[in-house]
Write a protein that binds this ligand. Sequence first.
Ligand SMILES: [Zn+2]
Length: 384
Amino acid sequence: MAYTVRECERCLAHEGIPGVRIDEGGTCSICKSFDREWGNWPERKEGRRRALEQMFADCRKKNRPYDVLVPLSGGKDSTYVLYLCRKEFDLRCLAVTWDQGFLTDHARRNIERTVEVLGVDHIFYGISKPLLMQLYRSFFLKTGFFCPVCMRGIAVATEMAAAAFKVPLVVTGTSRRTEEYVSPEFFMAGQIGFFRNVLAGDPLLQAARQLLYTGDWKRKVAYHLFWWTGIERVFHSAAINMPDYLDWDYDRIFATIQNELGWMSHRPDEEHSDCSVDNIVDYVRQCKFPALQPELLRYSKLATAGLLRKEDARDKLRANGRGDAAPANLDGFCRSLGITEAEFREAMKNPLRHMRYRPQPSRAWNMLRVLKRALLNPVLRRLR
Ligand SMILES: [Zn+2]
């Protein structure tokens, strides 16, 4: 009997992807959660823009050295965020770039040109390269992932710069509407708990303690208030994703940053042009989960968001998918981390080996969330 994996009617997601379910009507869980959060975007967007302008007004009133901090990776989203903050909203901006050790020359040039053309102050932060590579190596061998180290670095660089210059608002280019679906089975970010658990008992944890910085207490309290109360005003400090507040149209984004900032891309749809090993991330994922064809989730989400028709998404995947051959830069990558090809293959086995390092939310925390939903949310809704 032939067994077929069902695919969503609207996007390219299918049941072979960890965490994806398809309902009776043929719609996948990714599309459904998109509709819950963003389905009414055309009606909401005016209000969202007003909320953003109000937050920027709050920042200006504080009269601190900078109104906003923009983590600048050299990719298209963060470049556009910095452009909007400076040019459209006329804010005093500080940009910060974390050097993850695999920054492309191309991204470096884009970053230099962007801060020069916009005339904004900029910090480059990186830890010693040998230490960084040891961290990547250790993470990769233990968990089969190396991105968490980079993402921890972004968080630390951002938080250190924001605290040092008392910047009231961090504005990122993370676009939850169009960003690909991720699930803990095949993606881990740089959460502090995961980072600590992986390095527990390893002298590297002490050597890399600068990456354990999570910000000063005032900022932490303010961040939690901002999210928990849902009142989008900047009282002390906050962090937001700009695409949650504005239309995020890639044709317009590319045209703007190319024409106004001289930004250069290898390919118009290049997702992580700031990272020279992003193709290895895709390759590793596909080795672990053969059903996860590289770039499938990326194009699929554009179909979910209504930015591409499903069949156009499939055509793009066919035209731009990297296939399953080992990437040409794999040898160089292994050399940078000081691992052999056999060790690389070994780390691909048991794709869920990282799950045991995931911090579990405590019972008390879960209870607080339930209480908040039941008691606090109704009150806050009336206050807003
Ligand atoms: Zn779908």
